[in-house]
Design a protein around this ligand. Structure first.
Ligand code: DHB
Length: 320
C-alpha cells in the first residue's frame, strides 16, 4: 500500500492537507491567519476584500444562538489597495493564501480580482453570497445569470484558481452552481451562512443592528452538507465544503458527500485554534484505519453507497 498523504490539489491549489479556515470568522490580519496555518491548516482564507474600505454595520454585529452564531458584520474591510500589502506579508510567511473578495458590480469584482492576483494570492474565493448587504448590492448567488457573467469577468482578469462561494439561501443550489461552472469557476465553495434573526425579549427588538444575520456553526451542518451533496452531483469541478465543521468526523462527512477540501469557521470560537490540527490529525487516523492513502479516495464515496442503498430499496419495492 502506498504511503498515506493528506496533500490535495484543489483545482490547481496545492495544499499539505484539505483543511482551511472559512472566510470571515478570524478576520484578515496576517498574524492571525498565520496562526491558523501554524495550528495545522493546509491553507488560509482571508475575510472578503472589496474595492474600497468599508466600516461595516454598527454593533451589535454578532450574537451566539443555540448551536451556532448569527453575524451581520456588513463586510468591513480595508479595501483591495491596502490589502495587497497584507497578502504579500502572508506570502512572505509561506502561507498558502486564498483571497476572498467581493464587489458591487461586474467591473468591481474584476478589478478586485486583478489586484489580489497581482498581490500574489494563490487562489481567489468569489463571495457571491454575503447575506448582510443584500439591500446595497443584492445577493449574486440568488441570480444564476449574473453569477455566470461575474465569474466570467473575474476569470478574464486572473490566471489563479477561482472558487465561487455559494449561498444556501436559494431555491435550487444546483442551478446556481452550474451557472458558476459555465462562467469558468474552478471550484465551488458550499456554503455561506443561512439567513436568520435573533430577538431580545427584554428590548423586544432584533439583537443585531442589521436585524438579520448569517447563521453559522453546528446548526447549519445538515443543510450545508446537503448543499455539498447536491452541488457535487451537478458540477464537474471540485467542491469545497463549509458549514458547521468542528471535528474530524464532520470533515469526513463532507469528504464523503463530495467535498475535496473543507473550511472551518465558527468552531474556532468554540474550540480554539487547535481545532485545525485536531481535524487534520483525526482525518489522518481515519484514513490509516480504513486503508486510504490519498484524500481523493474518500471524496464522494457516500454517493456510491447511496446508489447501492437505492437499488436495494428498488429491489425491495419490486418484491413487495
Ligand atoms: C458577512 C459576510 C458573509 O459572507 C457572511 O456569510 C456573514 C457575514 C458580513 O461581513 O456581514
Amino acid at each position: 500500500m502506498s504511503k498515506l498523504s493528506l496533500a490535495v490539489d484543489v483545482a490547481g491549489l496545492r495544499l499539505r492537507n484539505p483543511v482551511m479556515n472559512a472566510a470571515g470568522v478570524l478576520g484578515m490580519s496576517p498574524p492571525i491567519l498565520k496562526r491558523v496555518y501554524d495550528s495545522g491548516a493546509g491553507g488560509v482564507v482571508t475575510k472578503s476584500v472589496g474595492p474600497v474600505p468599508r466600516t461595516g454595520h454598527q454593533n451589535p454585529t454578532l450574537v451566539r444562538v443555540s448551536c451556532g452564531a448569527l453575524n451581520a458584520m456588513g463586510l468591513p474591510n480595508p479595501g483591495a489597495d491596502y490589502y495587497v500589502e497584507e497578502i504579500k506579508a502572508l506570502k512572505e510567511m509561506g502561507v498558502p493564501t486564498v483571497a476572498s473578495f467581493f464587489g458591487g458590480s461586474v467591473q468591481e469584482f474584476a478589478d478586485v480580482a486583478r489586484k489580489l492576483t497581482e498581490a500574489g494570492a494563490d487562489a481567489l474565493e468569489l463571495n457571491a453570497s454575503c447575506p448582510n448587504v443584500a439591500d446595497e448590492m443584492g445577493m449574486l448567488a440568488a441570480d444564476a445569470g449574473n453569477l455566470e457573467r461575474v465569474t466570467a469577468a473575474v476569470k478574464n482578469e486572473t490566471r489563479l484558481p477561482v472558487f465561487v462561494k455559494l449561498s444556501p439561501n436559494v431555491t435550487n443550489i444546483k442551478t446556481v452552481a452550474k451557472a458558476a461552472e459555465w462562467g469558468g469557476a474552478d471550484a465551488i465553495t458550499a456554503v455561506n451562512t443561512l439567513m436568520g434573526i435573533a430577538i431580545d425579549v427584554n428590548f423586544r427588538r432584533p439583537v443585531l443592528t442589521n436585524t438579520t444575520g448569517g447563521l453559522s456553526g453546528p446548526a447549519v451542518k445538515p443543510v450545508a452538507l446537503r448543499c455539498v451533496w447536491e452541488v457535487s452531483q451537478a458540477v464537474e469541478i471540485p467542491v469545497i465544503g463549509c458549514g458547521g465543521i468542528a471535528t474530524w468526523t464532520d470533515a469526513v462527512e463532507y469528504l464523503l458527500a463530495g467535498a475535496s477540501a473543507v473550511e472551518v469557521g465558527t468552531a474556532v470560537m468554540t474550540h480554539g485554534f487547535e481545532v485545525y490540527g485536531e481535524i487534520v490529525e483525526g482525518l489522518g487516523a481515519y484514513m490509516a484505519e480504513n486503508g486510504f492513502s490519498r484524500v481523493e479516495e474518500v471524496v464522494g464515496l457516500a454517493h456510491d453507497a447511496g446508489r447501492d442503498t437505492q437499488s436495494k430499496v428498488d429491489r425491495c419495492s419490486i418484491r413487495v
